[in-house]
Design a protein around this ligand. Structure first.
Ligand code: 3PG
Ligand code: CO
Length: 526
């Protein structure tokens, strides 16, 4: 190994010369500016086919971004694998689908679908839900219930009714004497069900009571629930809408019963794991009181955790990510250190290592989590930047590690709130942290590599076809910066080739003086 490499992932900090709503451009970032001006710097692709998504219309996200960063290759990702499985029909030929369908046909119970209702293609795709509803009817299922999580985070902030309408239209087409189907419950994705990395189990508990027990504020329809909450909380965005239950004559239409089957149709794992643990967990499950558990068959769209095998049943095989950077470093006996705060902790560990929650080597891998605040991050855009920086500097100073990586969530987590002012502070926070990390790298002979997993804070406003400007809470489709800073030496890059996130691991390995895996993409160094 030559010199240690310190890789900083500035989550959600894309690169663009477009000024509208570009808080990366607007923020005061002297360190980032100097790095870009004085060191080898280029942009790399972080969306679409470059990270294994179905098309270049798909924005990047942290799962596919960190997978690509951590494995040096482009794998077909969940969104694409599920599309193919539905198109080719293999999903319906799977043992899990057959078992769940047979279960409700025998019991006369309901087939429940829970998931994020949008076409964001980050956690889910409404198209997958609609296809499965049609197939369920075609296969003779007599009853289906849909539990909808409202997005507004991967799609426009107040677009929920468009997706509800799409779903209601399909329901109207399918519903007849043989097939009883309707929406049963729902709520904003940042209020119920879709917590991640065990940051706030009470979100999952709220969702559980709503979806499973039908306990929550009751409405006649999803549309009525959304419109009522919007009238009660002017300015509220979809992801923050409270939970609701659909009831008829005071009885919830979709409380789960023994003999029912349940499919979580999200394909991405981070925000699907906790609900899966609640459904699959035995009597020792202690994260919240689940009440009287109905005896249901539960399946996820994918296996979300390949180490812990969560959930037990799933419909589509996840990408089998092999030959990761961590495996290569472990083979070379190099100590590595990974750090972030809760919201992105799994991104630099679980996603980074190819959706594995366990280490390849207990001895060589050190993972450090800083607990995140449990609140809306536009109220504290600095998040845990200082604490993460302290830990990274400590790791640098220890001289123990050959490779250090960290993720600063600020540009992304604050960007998702749609608060421009707070997002500017978020980006400035990251710059301040970078200043300290760069100094430590220079003093201790480390190479600093700075990049991002996808854009977000670089595009906080967007203009529609009619020229109307609105706040954007979703990621951008823009490239991300890639900078190599070494106080002692310039590491020139190929500035022409169309590189993406999967070219980062090979570059890091070349900087470390190691031999990359043959199956990897190219290094960006000249
Ligand atoms: C989320 O889960 O918060 C968003 O859908 C995607 O954000 P991430 O990919 O940056 O985690
Ligand atoms: Co994000």
């Amino acid at each position: 190994m030559k010199k240690p490499v310190v890789l900083v992932v500035m989550d959600g900090v894309g690169e663009s010369s477009e000024a509208l709503g570009n808080m990366v451009m607007q923020a005061t970032t002297p360190t980032l500016d100097a790095l870009k001006a004085n060191d080898p710097f280029r942009t790399i692709k972080a969306h679409g086919t470059a990270v294994g998504l179905p098309s270049d219309d798909d924005m990047g996200n942290s799962e596919v971004g960190h997978n690509a960063l951590g494995c040096g290759q482009v794998y077909s990702q969940g969104a694409k694998l599920v599309n193919e499985s539905i198109e080719g029909g293999s999903i319906y030929a799977s043992d899990t689908w057959k078992e769940l369908v047979a279960g409700v046909k025998t019991s006369g119970g309901a087939l429940h679908f829970i998931g994020l209702l949008s076409d964001g293609n980050v956690h889910s795709n409404i198209g997958h839900l609609l296809a499965m509803l049609k197939e369920a009817k075609a296969e003779g299922v007599s009853k289906a219930r849909v539990h909808i999580l409202l997005d507004g985070r991967d799609v426009p902030a107040t677009s929920a009714l468009e997706y509800v309408d799409q779903l209601e239209n399909t329901i109207a087409e399918l519903k007849d004497a043989s097939f009883d189907v309707c929406i049963a419950s729902g709520g904003g994705r940042m209020q119920i069900t879709m917590d991640r990395y065990q940051a706030n189990w009470s979100m999952v508990e709220k969702g559980w009571n709503i979806h499973v027990h039908g306990e929550g504020r009751a409405f006649a329809s999803a549309k009525e629930a959304i419109e009522t909450y919007r009238a009660e909380q002017p300015g509220v965005i979809d992801q923050d809408l409270p939970g609701f239950v659909i009831a008829e004559n005071g009885t919830p239409v979709g409380a789960m019963k023994d003999g029912d089957s349940v499919i979580l149709f999200n394909f991405r794992g981070d925000r699907a794991l906790e609900l899966s643990m609640a459904f699959d967990g035995d009597a020792s499950f202690d994260k919240f009181d689940r009440g009287v558990m109905p005896k249901v068959l539960y399946a996820g769209m994918l296996e979300y955790d390949g180490d812990l095998h969560i959930p037990h049943k799933y419909l589509v095989n996840p990408p089998q990510i092999r030959h990761t950077l961590t495996e290569l470093l472990v083979e070379n006996g190099i100590n590595e250190y990974a750090c972030s705060e809760t919201q992105k902790y799994g991104h630099v560990t679980y996603f980074w290592n190819g959706n594995r929650s366990e280490k390849f080597s207990e001895e060589l891998e050190t993972w450090q989590e800083v607990p995140s605040d449990v609140r809306s991050f536009d109220e504290c855009p600095w998040m845990k930047g200082t604490e993460i920086t302290d830990l990274v500097i400590e790791a640098i100073e220890s001289g123990k590690y050959g490779f250090i990586r960290c993720n600063f969530p600020n540009g992304d987590m604050v960007g998702h709130t749609g608060n421009l002012y707070a997002t500017e502070i978020a980006v400035e926070t990251v710059d301040l942290c970078l200043t300290r990390i760069q100094k430590a790298c220079d003093e201790h002979g480390c190479i600093l590599v700075v990049t991002a997993d996808h854009g977000n804070s670089d595009q906080m406003l967007e203009k529609n076809k009619k020229g109307v400007v609105s706040v954007r809470t979703a990621h951008s489709l823009r490239p991300v910066p890639f900078i190599i800073h070494d106080a002692d030496e310039r590491h020139e890059m190929d500035m022409e080739s169309p590189f993406g996130l999967a070219n980062v691991a090979p570059t890091v390995v070349e900087l470390l003086g190691l031999k990359p895996y043959d199956c990897w993409e190219k290094s960006m160094l000249k």
